[in-house]
Every structure is written in C-alpha cells, then in structure tokens.
Design a protein around this ligand. Structure first.
Ligand SMILES: *Cc1c(COP(=O)(O)O)cnc(C)c1O
Length: 429
C-alpha cells in the first residue's frame, strides 16, 4: 500500500547535493492509491546532460524577503509560492524562506500545499484557490488553512471537524471587492456571516480580498477595493466576527505601501521583480525597492556554430534572412523549455557579455542567434537567456521585464512557463 509517489526534490546546490527525501515527515494515507495526488517530476540536476538550466539564488530570496519585511511595516509576510514558487521550485524556496523566518505561505492548489508539507514545511500554509474537490480531508490532515466563500466549504469542513473532534478549524473568509473571481460579494456578507455562526466548528482567523489593479497608474481602483474591504470588516465586527488577520496586498500594493493591514501576500517581489506601472518598474529610483534582487538566471550554451553566406535563410519557414556573411549559433533552448515562440526574430541573449539577437523562429528544442559581431565565440560558450553575464565584451543583463515585453506578456507568465525540462540549480550566493 505504501505506493505514494514522491517528488524528487531539486533542492540541489551547484555541487549537486540533494536534500534528503527521507527528511520529509511521513504522512498518513487517506485515499485509495489511484486517487492519491500525484506529483510531477522534473529532470533532476544529477541526470542532466544538456547544458540548459535555471539557476536560483537563495541569497537573492533572502534579500528580497528582507526588503519586503521593511515595506510590510510590521504586517506578517506570507510568501506566495503557487505555481512551483513561480517556477523556482517550491520545496527549496519554502525551506529557504522558512529558515529566514518568513511568517507563512500561500499557495493556489491543495496539491501545492501538500507538496510543501512533504518537503518538511511546518509553518502556516493558506490554500487560496478555493477548490478542495475530494481533498477536504487531506486539508485537515496536512494542517492546510482553507479559504472559504461558499456554503459547501462551511458544511463540508464543519462535518469533518465534528467527526474528528477537538479544536475548531481556522479558516480565512474571502470577500470579492472588485476582482469578480472568487469570494463572497459584500452585499452577501451578512447572510454568509449567519451561515458561519451556524458552524461553530469553524473559526474565522482571516479576512482577505484580492486586488485587481494594484499596479494601475492611479490608485483609484485600489482605494475603491480597500474601502469595500474595510466596510466588510466593520460589518463582520458588528456581527461578532473579528478575524486576527486582514490581508489584501500583493507585491504591487505592498511596494506602494498600501493595503498592508495585518499581513501581506507578496509573490513576484520575492523573486526580485517589481511590478511595472505604465512600463516603468516600481523599483526604479525609489530607494529601498531597489534592494530587490532577481533570483533566477537562465543559461544554456552554444551547441553548434556555422558560417552562413549573405542572402540565406535561418530556421523554420525561413523567417530570418542573412543580410551579410553571418555566423549563426545554435542555443540548446526552445519553446518546449518555456522560451516564448513570440521571441522569434525578437530580443537577444548574452554571449561573452554582449547581446546577440535571436535569428529566425524559436523552435521546440533550439534557438538560433546571430553572433557575427561576437568574434571569438566558440562551441560551449555560455548563453544567458535571463539574467546577467560578464565577458570579454563587457557586462550586460537581460531582465524579466525585457523578456516579457519581447514575448508580449508579463513577468509572471515568463517565470511560470519555464518548463519541467529545465532543471533548477540552487546557489547559496
Ligand atoms: C498570486 C496571488 C498573490 C501574489 O501576487 P503577486 O502579484 O505575484 O505579488 C497574492 N494573492 C493572491 C490571491 C494571488 O492569487
């Protein structure tokens, strides 16, 4: 019966030391084996043949937590580690932040909460997605804190708590103040409070909302949501519900020093990215924010190199045509690795400390770049897709904002698209 599928944690340093999986606490088995939550497995660094990898700086994470703490001004900091910690690998990121004394964690899915518990995380974990499916019991057994906004949530959790006996279950109530995605609408709060009162097995520990436009050029929408949130909080207090933690701020609100209440829920800022307002980074020129340090670097190598005469085409559909005798390098990273195909003929990578433009279509496993202006480039040269590089031609950096702009998307999507085919390596520094 002990057939639970365990993930292999990629908490590996550059020396390829793996965290011991046996350190993870053993967990009770609930569901039938075929119903158990399976976890994805990504290529482990020790198995890696291809020179393409994502390097996570654990020190950058610690620095960013520190900067966020300053901004939080006394509010608790709950790290949002949904989507595999924005592509960084949730177990290693969570362990690093827990050691650095973060106050708690938020994830979107039950599965993500389970993964953190299996990685040995003991602090509070809030499951924000609101979908518990067949995993209500698993939520209790793993001590995951549910977000509730639906009567079915109340009834099912209350029934399980009654069956289990003991302490009431701490839940966070979600109110929809303008996102129109999840949560109780403010006008329905009195009725929902009545339903809560009918379920003494549940204790409302938190009141939360999510902000739709915290990075808008003006703060009008944010303030509107804030005032609805505060009104809801007052209504609840009159009905005898006084949560310990009121929380609303994502990274953008936090960096604007708004809506901090009792706890903040930063995601992207932990990874060193300040949201942009009107195309300008919130980190630009504003003292303390500049302390955010990008935590991810993506690198590969030149795996093939050729001279191509003028007037020839490069790659699928001949989307690039050489205007001069050119030197074309093949990089071992493509759209199956999470590199947006929209980077076709757009953007550049770093070789020897200088930009080399993408030449032609991004293909599934490889991308070509033009290194005609990089004399001396050879097979095995490092190619930086994201992050800094220093070399004989100087030093430069490809930022997430830049990569996202070229791909016509946002930094969040670039990070979370990095595929499981790219192993994550962890550096202390
Ligand atoms: C993703 C998410 C956050 C964090 O957002 P960032 O913009 O990455 O800081 C906070 N709260 C909720 C409900 C979220 O879904």
């Amino acid at each position: 019966m002990q057939t639970r599928v365990r993930m292999r944690y990629e908490a590996t340093t550059m020396e390829e030391r793996e965290f011991s999986v046996s350190e993870a606490p053993s967990v009770p088995e609930f569901a039938a084996p075929e119903e158990r939550i399976m976890k994805p497995r990504r290529a482990a660094p020790a198995d890696v043949v291809r020179p393409t990898r994502a390097e996570v700086s654990l020190d950058a994470l610690r620095c960013n937590l520190h900067a966020i703490r300053q901004k939080a001004a006394g509010a608790k900091v709950w790290a949002v580690l949904k989507a595999d910690a924005y592509g960084h690998g949730a177990p290693a990121v969570a362990r690093t932040l827990e050691r650095a004394k973060v106050d708690g964690f938020c994830v979107a899915l039950v599965e993500e909460g389970v993964e953190l518990r299996e990685a040995g995380i003991t602090g509070p974990i809030l499951v924000m997605g609101g979908y518990y499916g067949r995993a209500y019991e698993e939520m209790l057994a793993r001590r995951l804190t549910p977000v509730v906004y639906d009567r079915e949530h109340l009834e099912t959790f209350a029934r399980l708590v009654r069956a289990r006996g003991g302490e009431p279950l701490a839940v966070h109530l979600k109110v929809d103040t303008g996102m129109a995605r999840l949560g109780v609408r403010p006008e329905e709060i009195p009725a929902f409070a009545e339903a809560l009162a009918a379920h003494p097995e549940l204790r409302v520990e938190g009141l939360m909302t999510h902000l739709a436009s915290a990075d808008a050029p003006t703060t009008e929408s944010l303030e509107h949501q804030q005032s609805r949130f505060e009104a809801t909080s007052k209504t609840l207090a009159l009905l005898g519900i006084r949560p310990t933690y009121r929380h609303a701020a994502n990274s953008a609100a936090l960096l604007r020093e708004m809506a901090r209440y009792d706890a903040v829920r930063p995601g992207i800022a932990l990874f060193g990215v300040a949201p942009t307002i009107d195309g300008v980074s919130m980190a630009a020129g504003s003292g303390r924010d500049a302390d955010l340090v990008p935590s991810l670097r993506v690198r590969s190598e030149i795996i093939a190199l050729r001279d191509v005469p003028a007037g020839e085409t490069v790659g699928y559909s001949g989307l690039f045509r050489t205007s001069r005798p050119s030197r074309i390098a093949t990089v071992a990273m493509g759209y199956a690795d999470g590199l947006a195909r929209a980077l076709t003929n757009r953007g550049s990578f770093l070789v020897r400390g200088k930009r080399a433009p993408v030449a032609g279509a991004v293909s599934m496993d490889m991308t070509m770049i033009d290194v005609t202006d990089h004399p001396g480039a050879v097979l095995g040269d490092e190619v930086v897709i994201l992050g800094r590089q220093e070399g004989p031609f100087g030093r430069d950096e490809i930022t997430l904002d830049e990569l996202a702009a070229h791909a016509g998307t946002i930094s969040w999507e670039v990070l979370t698209h990095l595929s499981r085919r790219v192993p994550r390596f962890y550096r202390e520094a």
